[in-house]
Every structure is written in structure tokens, then in C-alpha cells.
Design a protein around this ligand. Structure first.
Ligand code: ZN
Length: 394
């Protein structure tokens, strides 16, 4: 991975950071020190504008990949061969943590051409010693099953929406594990995939701009390696750090990329850092993901639901540990192959305690409070999934 000094050496020569205080003698000696906290943060829009306007500036040896466009339009990101090696090394650590090894035969079912995640997932599995088969998404469920019959994988890696669409039709032996990546994973998708593929799902968290971490066997948060990414939790509206354990915006600095350095990048995701060690015993820090920073949930048919109104209504009823996730599209280039199987889903999870009620009671309350939800459900444009959980939502 890049050292902090190497990262700042690249930053100083990158026009994106021309106006940042990185050209004088007072540079951070370590992430989080007073000089570090004087740096601004980088918004997604700033990075996207820079990469689209400056793609001619990147050296010809760079490879440009498109992001998946999960949160808006796809973005271009440049990588050198050395960048890709560092990302592959990190994905190799993910694979080893999950349990992928030389006995693994893996089927990586992801877009293989321009989308970064297909390439780096295959590289990571290879680093862990697996026999790896890359399969593109063309052809839909029938083609995926045929490829699977030929490969006979022990591990499958794909997006949650692809696996959830395939799950009802999957015919094959139980897998050793399933890896999901590339888009947010609903808890209901996790349960469906685990039931039909016969193996635990390990979710990975990362952006095209910065790969972050992976779940351990406890599967409640993402472990990350501090030499590859520095994670800060900041006030969503200010550049102000929040106390450890508080929920805020996840801000990322990558020690993986030298082509276009990613420094204090606002991910647009909300999360918090664990304050107690993970029960798995690993030393790497644990990051809990809570969803997007968006104030409104843009539901089907142009209906906007005010997230704070929804969460306020739930909290007024004693639901204080919540995870609200809206998934309106499959969020990946797999979308054309999922037309019939995908249902827009609003998923609400909460931690069960003395104040919480049965899901059916909560459903009636929510549909009374938010008539627009009832109408969308009636028209078949929304699945409302209510999932009480004993642990995990915090
Ligand atoms: Zn753990």
C-alpha cells in the first residue's frame, strides 16, 4: 500500500487538489493529526467532474474504469497497474478472511469489461489461491445456471440483486460461501440467498473510488485494514469529526490509488465505528454501515418519502435502533437481466426490545401514517419488508 508520504507526493501533483493546503511544509504526519483535520473534504461531484473533464490528462498507461453508477451516473476512475495490484492485494485479504483458499473453485458473476469490481474480485480470489472463472451477465438466469453446471463452483461472487433473482431457480450443490459486492445488500436478500445457495453470505463494502472492507463470520459490520484505507466518521453537514461510536458520514482516504489520489472523500454513506472488539476476535477495526445520506427516499412513480418523517414516526413508537434501506432498482449493470424478478423494496429492520411490536402491527401503523406507501403496495410498485432482528441493527 502507499505510505502517507507517497500519497501526499501524488496529491501535490494532482490538479484536483491545487487549492488544498498541501504545498507548504505543514503536512500531516499521520491521518487524524491537527494538520490532517485542517484539510477540506472532497465531494463526489468534485471527483466526478474532474475525472470526466480530465480524462485526456491521465497518462496513456492508465486504465480507466467506470463505476457501477449505483448512486447516480457512472463515474470514470483511472488506475495504474500498480494501483490494480494494491487493490488486488486488498481483495486477496478479503478472500482469505472469508475462507477462500486453494481448494476453492470460484464463479465470479459480474460485468467483466469496464466495471472495476469484476476485475478486482477475480484478482482477489486468485491471490487467495482459488481456481477462478469469470462469467459475464449476458443471458440471464438460464445462462448463469448453465455456466454454473459446467464450472461446479464452491463459491459464487455476484451482486445481491443478481443472486436474489437467480436464487429461486438455482439447482446445484450447496456452496461453501457466497460473496456479495457492488451494491447494497438487503437483509431479505441475504436470507433468500443463504436459504437457496445453502451457504453464508459475506458482503463486501467499497466504492469504485475506494475499496473498504469485508464481513467476517459474525456478519454485522465490515473489517478494514488501516494501511489500505483511513476511515473517518464526520458530521454529515460539516467537516467536523464525531466521537468514536457516533453515526455520521463515512469519509474515506485510500492508500491504494496513486493515479488519482482519493483523500478525505465523502462517500455519501452513513455509518459508525465499533467501540468494542468484534466477537470474531480480529484486530482490524469494524465499520457498521447504515445506508445513504439522502434526506428523501425516491420511491417508485415519482413518490418522495421524507426519511426523517418516517424515522421520526418509527422512533415515536419506540423503535430506536433502525436500518431503513430503499432499493428501487437492481443498482448494477445487471438490471436488464432482472426485469421480471426485481421488485422495488423498502426494507426496515429494528432491534427487538420491550417497546417493539409485531411486524403486522407496525405495518398497519405505517400504512395509516403514510398513505403513499399503501397506494404503491396496492399497485404492485413496492414491497414493504419489515424485519425484526435480535442483534445487528444498532
Ligand atoms: Zn469480526
Amino acid at each position: 500500500m502507499l505510505t502517507l508520504a507517497e500519497l501526499f507526493d501524488v496529491v501535490r501533483h494532482t490538479p484536483l487538489y491545487d487549492s488544498w493546503p498541501v504545498h507548504g511544509p505543514n503536512l500531516p504526519q499521520q491521518p487524524g493529526d491537527p494538520f490532517w483535520l485542517r484539510l477540506p473534504t472532497l465531494g463526489a461531484g468534485q471527483l466526478a467532474c474532474f475525472t470526466s473533464e480530465c480524462q485526456d490528462c491521465f497518462p496513456s498507461g492508465n486504465r480507466l474504469f467506470l463505476s457501477s453508477g449505483t448512486q447516480g451516473k457512472p463515474k470514470l476512475m483511472p488506475f495504474t497497474d500498480a494501483d490494480l495490484q494494491r487493490v488486488a492485494e486488498l481483495c486477496g485479504r478479503f478472500s482469505l478472511l472469508e475462507g477462500i483458499d486453494a481448494n476453492t473453485r470460484s464463479m465470479v458473476l459480474l460485468p467483466m469489461a469496464s466495471w472495476t469490481v469484476g476485475r478486482i474480485t477475480m484478482d482477489g480470489h486468485r491471490k487467495a489461491g482459488a481456481q477462478v472463472h469469470g462469467v459475464d451477465l449476458h443471458g440471464g438466469v438460464t445462462a448463469w445456471q448453465q455456466a454454473c453446471d459446467a464450472i461446479r463452483p464452491t463459491v459464487i461472487s455476484s451482486t445481491p440483486s443478481v443472486l436474489a433473482a437467480w436464487a429461486p431457480y438455482y439447482s446445484g450443490p450447496k456452496l461453501t460461501l457466497v460473496e456479495t459486492t457492488g451494491e447494497s445488500l438487503l437483509e431479505s436478500e441475504r436470507r433468500l440467498i443463504e436459504a437457496r445457495f445453502g451457504a453464508f453470505v459475506y458482503d463486501a463494502y467499497g466504492l469504485t473510488e475506494c475499496v473498504v472492507g469485508v464481513e467476517c463470520a459474525v456478519r454485522q459490520g465490515f473489517h478494514y485494514w488501516q494501511d489500505s484505507v483511513y476511515v473517518e466518521i464526520l458530521d454529515p453537514h460539516l467537516d467536523q469529526p464525531l466521537p468514536t461510536g457516533a453515526m455520521g458520514e463515512i469519509v474515506l482516504t485510500s492508500f491504494q490509488q496513486g493515479s488519482l489520489p482519493v483523500l478525505r472523500y465523502r462517500s455519501g454513506d452513513l455509518g459508525r465505528l465499533a467501540v468494542v472488539p468484534c466477537p470474531c476476535g480480529r484486530k482490524e477495526p469494524l465499520l457498521y454501515l447504515h445506508g445513504r445520506k439522502e434526506p428523501n427516499l425516491a420511491l417508485s412513480r415519482g413518490v418522495n418519502l421524507d426519511r426523517s418523517l418516517l424515522e421520526g414516526a418509527l422512533q415515536a413508537w419506540g423503535y430506536n435502533h433502525l436500518r431503513v434501506v430503499w432499493k428501487g432498482t437492481p443498482q448494477s449493470p445487471a438490471a436488464p437481466f432482472l426485469v421480471d424478478q426485481f421488485r422495488p423494496t423498502l426494507e426496515i429492520s429494528w432491534r427487538v426490545d420491550a417497546n417493539t411490536k409485531e411486524p403486522s402491527v407496525l405495518r398497519r401503523y405505517l400504512l395509516d401514517q403514510f398513505m403513499e406507501l399503501a397506494e404503491l403496495i396496492h399497485e404492485g410498485d413496492l414491497d414493504l419488508v419489515l424485519l425484526p432482528q435480535r442483534v445487528g441493527v444498532s
